[in-house]
Design a binder for this molecule. Structure first.
Ligand code: HEM
Ligand code: HEM
Length: 174
């Protein structure tokens, strides 16, 4: 269940795997750019964007608390590349936190209200709040930055597995 020096434990793996799936789902929102979202993906999966985003906000907070508790148990990162790996993981956390937060600011700033899994948490006001909407407009550029980070992260994991042939991928996914 807990992490160890040689591998990540069940809870870390479950959080990593489920959030990876949900985050990739969130990126389907980019599909709105194709035919104004009028396609199967746009009609079935993308409408869940706000609910899944809110769920991801809860999950990332739990994951950060869990990571804090496990920080002395986790597999160590050694060698000259260690600061890069730690910095990269830090930025992935920052992205996972800022995406739902900026999404919320966008919805509230535009006065759209907030409905999560069918529950109206904030009523639609129709009133725009300039500074909230301005912060919220970072949502789309941040999404592109996070996408680039994720591609680098997955590329690094595959590089370790296929080229360096070490245990990096196995200790998280194996
Ligand atoms: C980890 C969580 C999230 C990810 C990865 C994510 C990702 C994205 C992406 C890739 C887009 C398309 C941007 C573009 O077309 O350039 C988008 C748009 C949007 N997202 Fe999110 N999102 C997340 C959470 C949320 C949340 C929680 C909300 C609202 C509460 C939200 C509201 C929106 C809205 C309203 C748009 C359309 C506005 C626009 O295109 O600028 N998102 N999101
Ligand atoms: C198929 C996609 C993915 C693969 C193959 C993958 C692979 C891995 C591997 C092998 C590690 C362990 C690295 C090490 O110990 O040095 C790891 C850790 C990590 N991954 Fe991924 N990953 C994927 C998707 C993602 C996504 C989408 C995110 C978040 C946006 C993410 C965030 C992290 C973080 C923050 C860590 C550090 C451990 C933790 O705090 O949970 N990963 N990943």
């Amino acid at each position: 269940m807990f992490d160890s020096k040689s591998r990540y434990g069940a809870i870390t793996r479950l959080l990593h795997r489920s959030m990876a799936v949900l985050i990739l789902w969130q990126f389907l929102k980019l599909g709105d750019r194709i035919a104004d979202g009028e396609h199967w993906v746009g009609r079935t999966l993308v409408p869940w964007h706000i609910s899944i985003g809110a769920l991801l906000l809860v999950l990332v907070v739990l994951r950060m608390l869990w990571a804090l508790g496990q920080r002395h148990r986790r597999p160590p990162h050694q060698g000259p590349g260690a600061p890069l790996v730690k910095g990269g993981h830090f930025l992935l956390y920052a992205g996972m936190l800022l995406m739902p937060l900026s999404g919320l600011l966008l919805m509230l700033g535009k006065g759209y209200g907030l409905k999560v899994f069918g529950v109206q948490l904030v009523a639609r006001s129709g009133l725009e709040t300039g500074w909230l909407a301005a912060l919220g407009s970072l949502h789309a550029p941040l999404a592109w930055l996070l996408l680039a980070l994720i591609l680098g992260h997955v590329g690094a994991a595959l590089f370790h597995h296929l080229v360096k042939d070490d245990d990096t991928l196995r200790r998280m996914a194996g």
